[in-house]
Design a binder for this molecule. Structure first.
Ligand code: CDT
Length: 335
């Protein structure tokens, strides 16, 4: 059956409201010595709850199977052995796939991927209701640093442990709609969502591990939650899509990370938000037609976008000089 992205219903009848049961499974802390088996047991329990509430899909966090290990300086052999997955599924994660097939529920899962030829990525997968991996995403906006900062209270070594994702921002038709995925820091960048909304994504799902403290400057801690929600809400609205974000949060061996897992509507409004810093399932019946209101009017891309004026976005990485020095001169006050 062809997917009608206007309603997601496959009927072509725009009056039919298509409700998509979407769950986000926030995780409380995963400590350094917690086993994969124990972590997967927690995920299975939340998958069962999500299904019992009518979810078609459940969203798990970034690097969901282990502690947020980029906070630790370790040698490659140790980090590879302890935290990376050479295969997905694996013996430890297979129960997630088995339960998903049994419950007929899809899921998104973040984990550290070690490829057969030794490349390392911060990765997520989309799994359909038959437990088939239908899409993979490798994180593109890697935050942090690659050098050891012995004076910092903790490290953020994503640039040491992971390569930049090499597969772009794809979207996937599954569960009767079109879903895009990204990971954590990607959610702060408008390009992430725009590239997916230009492929007619209706839902963007993501997981995150956001430390509550900034090791580079004394950022007021409340800004971490504010910027997290601001990013989800602004980008949901500006792209006419649903955004579902799953935290791993609370204090992992004393290192605190924000909660605030949320489901955001294309209106930019938060329709569900986690209250705890523990394992917690939030749920919303999402109207997949809601974004159309915006995409047909104020954000009618085909009608209103002006890509000929956006060239710098792909030509430049960092900020530089004004486009035209002569144009600038004419606007400068004369002496
Ligand atoms: N995991 C991850 O990408 N964390 C980053 C920390 C950056 S702090 C502003 C994040 O964007 O949440």
């Amino acid at each position: 059956m062809a997917i009608d992205l206007n309603t997601g219903s496959g009927t072509g009848n725009s009056k039919i409201k298509n409700s998509f049961g979407l769950a986000v499974a926030q995780m409380g802390p995963v400590h350094l010595n917690d086993s994969r088996v124990a972590v997967v047991a927690r995920l299975l329990e939340m998958m069962r709850e999500a299904a019992s509430r009518g979810a078609k899909m459940v969203v798990f966090p970034e690097l969901a199977l282990t502690t947020f290990f980029p906070r630790y300086w370790m040698d490659d052999a140790e980090v590879n052995a302890r935290f990376f997955e050479p295969s997905m599924p694996s013996a430890e994660t297979q129960p997630l796939f088995d339960l998903a097939a049994q419950l007929k529920i899809g899921f998104y899962l973040g984990y550290a991927e070690l490829t057969a030829d030794g490349h390392r990525f911060n990765t997520s997968v989309l799994v359909d209701e038959n437990a088939k991996i239908v899409a993979r995403y490798r994180k593109i906006h890697l935050p942090g640093h690659s050098d050891h900062k012995p004076d910092a209270p903790f490290q953020h070594l994503e640039k040491k442990y992971f390569e930049v994702g090499n597969e772009g921002f794809g979207v996937t038709d599954m569960l009767g709609t079109r879903i895009g995925q990204c990971l954590c820091n990607d959610r702060r960048w408008p390009e992430t969502y725009r590239v997916m909304s230009l492929q007619s994504a209706r839902i963007v799902v993501l997981g995150y591990n956001t430390p509550s403290w900034n090791i580079h400057w004394s950022e007021p801690p409340h800004l971490r939650m504010f910027h997290h929600l601001l990013s989800l809400q602004a980008n949901a609205y500006q792209n006419g899509l649903w955004v579902a974000a799953a935290a791993k949060c609370g204090a992992e061996d004393g290192f605190h990370m924000i909660g605030g897992s949320a489901i955001v509507a294309p209106t930019g409004e938060i329709v569900a938000q986690a209250q705890s810093e523990d394992d917690e399932v939030i749920f919303s019946n999402c109207d997949l037609g809601l974004g159309e209101t915006f995409l047909q009017h104020v954000f009618n891309f085909a009608k209103h976008r002006r890509p000929e004026h956006y060239k710098l976005i792909t030509e430049r990485t960092g900020a530089g000089e004004p486009l035209s020095a002569s144009a600038l001169k004419t606007t400068q006050p004369q002496e």
